[in-house]
Design a protein around this ligand. Sequence first.
Ligand code: PHE
Length: 353
Amino acid sequence: MVEQLDSLALEFKEKIKNLKGEAEVLNLKSEFLGKKGKVSEILKGLRNCTPEERKVVGPKANKLKDDIGDLVSLKLQEFELVQINQKLEENKIDLNNRESFWFNKNKSGGIHPRSMIQREIEDVFLSMGFEVLDGPHIEDEFHNFEALNIPGDHPARDMQDTFWFNDPDSPEGKKHLLRTHTSTIQVRGMRERTPPFRFIAPGTVFRCERTDASHEMVFNQLEGMMVGENISVGNLIYFMKTLLKEIFKRDTEVRLRPGFFPFVEPGFELDIQCLICSGKGCSVCKKTGWVELLPCGIVHPNVLKSGGIDPEKYNGFAFGLGLDRLVMMRYGIDDIRHLNSGDLRFNTQFSAF
Ligand code: PHE
């Protein structure tokens, strides 16, 4: 029996050397230590031994069991290490060698789906005579609130949870914040232009909110504004419908509800039927079947005044498209958090360089 155990030890060491994967190692382990394994069979035979024999064979068989266990763990660790090194090697980026990451198809990312949609929308509006404007992320109370008909004590300030900067010495109206909407660019755009004019302004906005499948603290809007003489709700709806048709390449189910925003009167919420669940109700549309996509309305006279425009002579419409939501609807993405994840597995699904 002692010899049998010695030769089993040798056999095991010999066999484990050449194994190629985790499964093979586990199979070998059970060939020796499993219920009907070679070592277990010997242990069963102990019953028929004399007490003297048992004293020798018992500990030796147990030691062999332990040794086999140790060898198995070592081998598995070895495989794991090889796997980790392989992964590291695959993801290695040599910053001195652009080709190693930029032009290699397997490793390059893609144009972010949001950028793709943004470019498409910009093209649609450029073709309709709109300019594309930009504006700062760090704003002051005047551009984010006051000029948009939201004075300091207005309850609408609570509608948008704001990230304020800690600058206690700033005078009233000048306190700094991260812009909560791209409507700030309406103010800047109006002040730099004389009517008639039309522009859109895509950009990142920030709100101190809890995140969930349809809310992010950092997200993107695309603002639009058209000012001139005799602009009507009909004009607004025409432009919105054109936009949605170009983006979804088909007629989408929409509904217009009254919506309150201090900077527009009348104000509307344009919802589209949720394209993730086809209106059945899911986590993105909060089980309602509809997604708020396009708040809009006729610009409030006070806002025109803040922009240096005579409200007696001119009027206009404005909208604030939720860009990330649009991307989600278009590509069937069920969680907004994927968009900022920076995960190549996500980005590369949409386009490649
Ligand atoms: N700025 C508004 C928001 O972020 C959206 C909006 C823009 C509403 C323009 C009406 C007109 O909530």
